[in-house]
Design a binder for this molecule. Structure first.
Ligand SMILES: Nc1ncnc2c1ncn2[C@@H]1O[C@H](COP(=O)(O)OP(=O)(O)OP(=O)(O)O)[C@@H](O)[C@H]1O
Length: 658
């Protein structure tokens, strides 16, 4: 095709400035342009010269070489041209990616790669002219497309991390950055949304910087990180270039640490304050000191309302999702509780020892203090825990019970703190742990003395930080849970023996309640027996009026090592056997009086505590024909819960099927 002014009708009115320090190239260009009907306002070898020519006559377009002699490059001139709204097309030979990236941010109207053909030049000018004439319309269309893509990326059915990484990718051509942080603000709610940051390692590659990686890279301690992170301000849409960035970094330790670690030199913050669901923000950082310009601010200002709406909606969905998951699991848990019949709360007794306990409950229930209930097995520790919960402001939320002795060693952590899908073999679904389930309510840690040593620091962390971390999770989740712990062991002795951490003991022992054994409140025997007989009569469908005088006398002489649970089981056995409404004990209660003997001549053999416990379990298993649960099972004979017995057997390596 022969090219002249007729093929490019707009050429006749156009004035072009050529900024090029290679004379031969500049001259070729001049010839091409003039032949096509353009007017060349001048050829400049330097930026200064170009500015001077422009002052005399404003060109319609500038052809601009990126590499120029002198300290300034074509990119510097491009910034000025952008401000003056003069369109320009870059001329470049082979250019490295970093220069090209920078050039792109100046929003050129085209690129011409040297060496170029005449036709390439004229077509590039034609397109530049068209784009400049329709730039507002084009800009609106591009922004709309970006807005739609951002909303799609944020709403995708993916993890937050993936969604936000895609958002970062979408922003890159418009808001250049080397490092970006995206996250929910200080009132972090719901816990599934957190801060995410991405470090650019290549044109399309990003490294995800999680909290752990960040801590590792910066050399901060977790504690210090938390502390300085909480001071980060992001409530204004602002750019920090050059000196302003340096002063920001001096005033804000977290920015200083990031700047040092990732060699950052400028920052642009976009706060996204949602009406209902906390504050979100995007913070872009660049290694160039003057990256962020008014046009970036303007673009973000225009995108801000739609991003705020999207975030508000998504976070609300997340909250609903989380609440319904909690409700679902709470429901399953409560159904199981109802089935096991452990849901009633009637504490029988008027003995002074028990009245002191009642006073303790009244005192501590309305507070949020951690309660430690200590008492022998079967004394009613769980009942007391329920009573504290039911009299507390948390009574309408769940009381979640966790038997620390009955946890399978490899699943304890996931049971307590939950896990993310795929975090270990067999974790096919996300699961909420007991702590999260108890959020807003109370968690009852039964048999706390049995908690394995290696798990104790984790529990301590929950108590101190009031946050948990799911197995395979992305970060801590804030929780609001009241703790009630119970044990039949002497925890101080356990601490002395090195089985229990002292710091955890102090953290739990905030408000101790000592539950007296039955032998110290025998005055309650009559009312307790009456209560249990009524319950048993209903269960068995038998008429039972009370206990025989002889049985009551025996019961008063007895020491009740298994306490109230033992009493309940004893009465149940007697009630099953009885043929009359008046119940008599099946076997006489003798030989268990551990503390009444003063016969020093025939002292019994003394075994270590562990050996005695083992022998006792073996004896019970043998007598129960190796049956653990149910009537006459080993657990009942030992007066402990079957789950506790099973856990003890695993720990002591006792085979359940002899
Ligand atoms: N004061 C009481 N009034 C009525 N029932 C009671 C009382 N104390 C305990 N019980 C009953 O005795 C049984 C054992 O109580 P619980 O399970 O609370 O004991 P525990 O101290 O938690 O035992 P363990 O140490 O074995 O866990 C339960 O069935 C409980 O309802």
């Amino acid at each position: 095709m022969h090219i002249n002014a007729t093929n490019f009708p707009q050429a006749a009115q156009q004035t072009i400035l050529i900024v090029e320090d290679e004379f031969a190239v500049a001259n070729d260009l001049r010839i091409i342009l003039e032949k096509a009907g353009y007017r060349v306002s001048g050829i400049a070898f330097t930026i200064e010269k170009a500015l001077e020519i422009n002052r005399q006559q404003r060109p319609d377009l500038v052809l601009l070489d990126i590499h120029l002699k002198g300290s300034q490059t074509g990119i510097d001139l491009a910034r000025q041209l952008g401000k003056d709204d003069i369109p320009f097309v870059y001329l470049s030979a082979n250019t490295n990616t970093s220069i090209l990236e920078q050039a792109k941010t100046t929003k050129p109207y085209g690129f011409l790669v040297k060496p170029f053909r005449e036709k390439d030049v004229l077509v590039a000018l034609e397109i530049a002219h068209y784009r400049h004439a329709h730039r507002i319309e084009l800009q609106i269309r591009q922004e709309q497309a970006l807005q739609i893509k951002l909303t799609d990326a944020l709403s995708a059915y993916d993890e937050w991390e993936t969604r936000l990484l895609n958002v970062a990718r979408l922003f890159q051509p418009h808001i250049p950055f080397d490092y970006v942080i995206m996250g929910l603000g200080k009132e972090q709610d719901p816990p599934s949304v957190r801060s995410y940051s991405f470090f650019r390692t290549g044109p399309e590659e990003y490294q995800i910087i999680g909290v752990d990686t960040f801590i590792q890279m910066t050399g901060l301690t977790a504690e210090k990180f938390r502390q300085i992170q909480s001071h980060y301000q992001y409530d204004q849409l602002r750019t920090y270039n050059g000196d302003r960035f340096e002063s920001l970094s001096r005033q804000t330790p977290i920015v200083q640490v990031m700047a040092r670690t990732f060699r950052l030199a400028s920052n642009l913050v976009l706060p996204l304050r949602t009406a209902r669901n906390g504050d979100f923000y995007l913070s872009f950082f660049s290694r160039q000191p003057e990256t962020y310009r008014p046009e970036h601010l303007n673009l973000l200002q225009r995108l801000q309302p739609s991003l705020v709406l999207t975030m508000d909606r998504l976070v609300a969905f997340d909250k609903i999702e989380q609440l319904s998951e909690q409700l679902r699991q709470e429901n399953t848990y409560l159904q199981e509780e109802v089935k096991t019949g452990a849901n009633f709360e009637e504490i029988i007794g008027t003995s002074p020892a028990l009245l002191t306990v009642f006073k303790n409950i009244e005192q501590v229930a309305p507070t949020d203090y951690t309660v430690l209930i200590q008492g022998e097995t079967g004394t009613g520790k769980e009942l007391i825990a329920r009573a504290v919960h039911n009299r507390s402001p948390r009574k309408n939320k769940a009381l979640i019970k966790l038997n620390c002795a009955a946890l399978a060693a490899n699943l304890i952590e996931s049971e307590l703190f939950g896990h993310e899908k795929g975090s270990f073999t067999g974790a096919t679904d996300k699961r909420i742990g007991k702590f999260e389930l108890a959020n807003g309510g109370t968690i009852f840690l039964d048999e706390i003395g049995e908690l394995p040593l290696e798990l104790q620091p984790k529990l301590l962390r929950v108590l101190q930080e009031k946050e948990i971390e799911r197995v395979g999770g992305k970060g801590p989740i804030a929780i609001d849970v009241r703790i009630i712990a119970a044990t039949n062991r002497n925890l101080e002795q356990e601490v002395a023996a090195g089985h229990f951490r002292l710091d955890l003991f102090y953290r739990l022992n905030v408000f101790p309640i000592a539950l007296p054994p039955l032998r110290e409140r025998k005055e309650d025997l009559v009312s307790l027996s009456g209560f249990f007989l009524k319950k048993i009569a209903k269960k068995l469908g038998k008429k039972l009026t009370g206990l025989s005088a002889d049985s009551l006398q025996q019961m008063h002489r007895y020491d009740w090592p298994g306490n109230i649970r033992e009493l309940e089981h004893l009465l149940e056995r007697a009630a099953i056997m009885t043929r009359t409404p008046e119940v008599s004990l099946v076997e006489p209660l003798v030989g268990h009086s551990r503390f009444s003997s003063s016969d020093n001549r025939a002292l019994p053999e003394v075994k270590s505590f562990d050996q005695a416990e083992r022998d006792n379990i073996l004896a019970a298993l043998k007598r129960a024909n190796y049956r653990i649960r149910g009537k006459g099972g080993a657990a009942e004979l030992l007066n402990i819960k079957p789950t506790t017995l099973e856990a003890k057997m695993v720990r002591m390596n006792i085979d359940r099927r002899r």
